[in-house]
Ligand binder design. Sequence first.
Ligand SMILES: [Zn+2]
Length: 861
Amino acid sequence: MKRLYRSYEASTNIFKELQAKYPNYFKIESIGNTWENREINLITISKNIKTANSRPALFYTGTIHAREWIGHELAIEFAIYVLKNLETDPTLQTYLNESTVYMVPCANPDGYEYSRKHFSFWRKNRRQNVDGTYGVDLNRNFPIGFVKSTTAASNVYGGPEPFSEPETQALRDFVLSHPNITIALDYHSQGNVFFPAHDFRHEDTIDTTDMNTLCANMAEEIRKISGREYGIHQGKPPAKLISGSGREFYYSNGIISTVVEVGTRNISDYMEDMNENIREHIPALIHALKEADNYAKDNIMKRVNSFNATEIGSKHVNLKWDYKLNENIYFEIFRSTKDKQFCNSSNLISKTQSLEFNDINLASNRDYYYNIRAVNKKTNQKSPFYPQIKIRTLIEYDEYSRTYFANAKGTGYVAENLNNNPNHFGVNSLFVGVDDNKGISYAVISINVKSLPANALIKLASINLYPINRVSTTIEKYGEWNIGLVNQETMGDITNFDDVNNMEIIRYVGRPTESHQLTQGIWRNWILSGLECNDLKKSIKNDTIVLRVEGPKELTIGRTKQMMQWDIGYGSFGFGLAYRPRLELTYTIEPTTTTLYAKSIKTISKAEVIDDVITAGFDENGNKIYSTFQFNLASLPPYNDTMITKAYFELNSTKIYIKDDIRFHLEFVDENIDKNFNDITNREVIQNIGYDVSATELKNNQTQYFMFDSFSEIILNEKLKSKSDISFVLKPTSSVKILKNKSVSWEVSNNYLSPKLILEHIPKRRFPVEKVSNAKLSLENGKIKVSWTNPKNPDFVGAKVIRNPFRKPLSAQDGQKLYAGIDEYTLDDFGATDINKYYAIFTYDDVPNYSQAVILEYIPK
Ligand SMILES: [Zn+2]
């Protein structure tokens, strides 16, 4: 027994009091009786209790597992909060005008009371089983995926048949007789994670974005209150999915449905933690209530159609979609840089009535996630979301990108008290932290970076780990998880605890992840600063980077574990190879500098054309005197394999005597410029290079540099294609109306001082290699097999296969990655064979440039 936590009888009394005090807003009723003959309470909160059943509804269930007390407590506090504030809070009034709340605060009253009074870790209900044991796990007693087991003593015994228990029958009957329910939330403890429903296929469904967004928006409400971050996790496909749970039953009835796992213990310290959990979940529940009417079956706001990326650049993305427009409809577009993020006002990047949107000023080589929903501005009703688009912007023209995965042999964990540490490499998970049995535990991650050139300059790096399970981090807000670069000179045996404990860490990288930021099911990344990128590069030895991951090293009194489980990707415990620890790099390489000298220089005035002289200014009649320069790009390497990354023009002045207001600027002009005064005055300018220089500046600074801007660099790169001549004009200007007989001359004869075009360039392929050929789909042992023939190009590095059930992917990121490498087939291990989907195959080179997709549509027989 723990005081502050209320008994079932106490909550029943509280609800009866609320009903007496707020009869228009609140109702308590019984929806069935338990084995021990307790009434199963259902409470309704509405702006008008008489018509509550006619509005879309949020359905809440708590404490179906006896020892998970949060559900019961939160329901009591939520009801009290809403009723107390309903008359003064206009948003609550609006939400409760539109939607209804149904709550079963405790779906397992017998088990809960048993847990309170006799055995706090009791989980099941109190049925007497035929073998003399007690209890059925009610959350295994629903029909979807029900598993018939005879081990009645088991903690997850599902009962003799689906709906064998009075508690699940009551839930079933209530849900089936209330088709107005649109969202179902089932509250459990522990793990700080949402587990949305799935259809046992374990591919994204049309409403996956809706469920992830609902959870992410609730998570954001929680984060605002306490800083705590919640994970969103659908569970492991397909065999280990939870059988017979309520969540899937509700989902199978067309209800958006998720489990919410609260806190870090089943029964937390009320004053220390439960208070905060309640405080952070009340706004999360209010958010869910706000969404309830958007998922009504009769919502006239339909999803948009065919939301697509139509163009992707290094800095922009164009999006298009279809919809039946009218004057009341607009669209909300949300952008995130991580998966499973919220969609609220802080990442709403556009409200538009158009059917397209161009997003600009993006960063290169970054992942962006886009979500869209339609809104009716008159009724404020919103449509469900269209499946999320994921793209990665292209790299800049001086960039390369690499994704490196941890290698199996060099990746594992070592624990202080275990003597089989070598067996933890290449299999299992990465356990990091401390517990009573294992002692201190470190993970070691080895990453082979052989393909990274020695002259690479790393611009951006992130280390990414997938949190697979956080259920063993049982102490609230305690400890942080860090990643360190290992000095491999001091490394020793990475499978030996003492050696790992003693290895020198060059530096820790990125920001620490604190225990309340461990978000199971959402990738965690450590983003390196510029200095850390340099050290990352320096730490490479034998083409390998070694990292040590560490968590807290001691426990607080009376607590037995603070241990985090990260996915290793290898072996049967994890989620598969896509979930290996990974290093993402964006880099450039040290450029080669080529200096070009002008092949022709002329001074052109109205009176004459003079070769090999640079003069600019005004003649005796006030007409301009120009200089022209022509260069040739033939000495540079071929266009297809070369990128000019920087360019500037150098001019050196000789002695300057004038102090008049005269300025000069350099123009990049079409190379077909003719060399006479008339043509020069009618020339077409491509772009001015750099800024004007004044006569005064020339006096102070003999050497002047004219820097190319991005646009001029693009044109210069284009000129490289034809290896054509390029031309420049030096033009004088003055604010004085008429200036006569003033000119400046520049150095020509001395090679050191003569005008130069200085180009920095790197070897880099501009275009992808050819597409794959002979692509086809077949079925092999019940799995979909994708096969193809790779192109015979020596620069071919691999083929990448992705799957998308909703659209033809434009980008190699827009879908689930199935394979990347040099094989010519892959099997879709988790792909359902009974639904339509698209497979896209891209080839890539070492930049990587991705080819256009070869798309295959799978249509079930
Ligand atoms: Zn539970």
